[in-house]
Design a protein around this ligand. Sequence first.
Ligand code: NDP
Length: 291
Amino acid sequence: MSEITVIGLGAMGTALAEAFLNQGYSVTVWNRSPAKAEALAAKGAIVAVSVEEAVRSSPLIVTCLLVYDTVREALGPVAAALSGRTVVNLTNGTPEQAREMSDWAISHGADYIDGGIMAVPPMIGGPHALILYSGSSQAFDACSGQLGALGTSKYLGEDAGLAPLYDISLLTGMYGMFAGTLQALALTGAAGIPAGAFMPLLASWLQAMQGLLPKWAEQIDSGDHTSDVVSNLGMQADAYVNLIDASRSADVSTELVLPMQSLMKRGVAAGQANADLSSLVALLRLSKQGA
Ligand code: NDP
């Protein structure tokens, strides 16, 4: 018997198992391709020969596979063995997938916690690895000590879908920043400006713009989007045209920047020209508009 089982030894699962081992926990591991367990075995992990053996080895089962279907594929045939154990699923997925998985695990007598890993594998085990959790609070309280080995834990609530909701929303913000950065570098690169020369300016500009975000939160929560930074939507929509035109003139694709223009136009057409950009959030919530 061991304290923790880790199922899935890709880049992330390996880092998770290592972090548990580094904190002195006894760890059983299983991976579809057994060779990936060898390095962990050398560090003290017990290698299970089947998923069932892995599940039966510990009261706490951590899964980190590619997608949810993979988790169901791996655990489905051994569902009966889950009874009385806690499953912490750190596979990336949607809130709906997490809720379904939670219902399924609970129906087999297990406690279920879903997780979202806001880190890359080398960060696991350090304080900057943020792991979001949701699901059974009782189970989370019971295993929060062990989970603390992975990084900084944040428990969000009983609804198993909350961790993936926060995870995906954070990633959405990140990809928005990445998309803008790619466009900016393509535009400056087309003019022969090295990325290394432009990046310091871009990084500090993005940091300065982050200063606006707390005000956005207040505006979205209150519903009052009155612009007091003299940068209202109408002005920005007119200036945004230049951003598109400059890309076109430089023979740079506009595929990343056109969707934002279409939303801005919708905002202006809806009479929000004098409001702040934060007012556009409401236009994205289609069901609220009966769309
Ligand atoms: P990898 O591609 O490195 O590993 C994927 C894992 O899934 C392997 O253990 C693989 O087994 C297993 N797997 C895939 N298909 C099957 C299957 N049909 N049956 C059984 N096992 C299967 O991915 P990561 O470890 O990087 O990612 C794992 C999860 O963590 C993902 O959901 C990812 O989104 C999430 N994540 C990853 C981050 C990262 O930076 N790497 C960051 C945050 C979250 P095998 O070795 O046999 O192929």
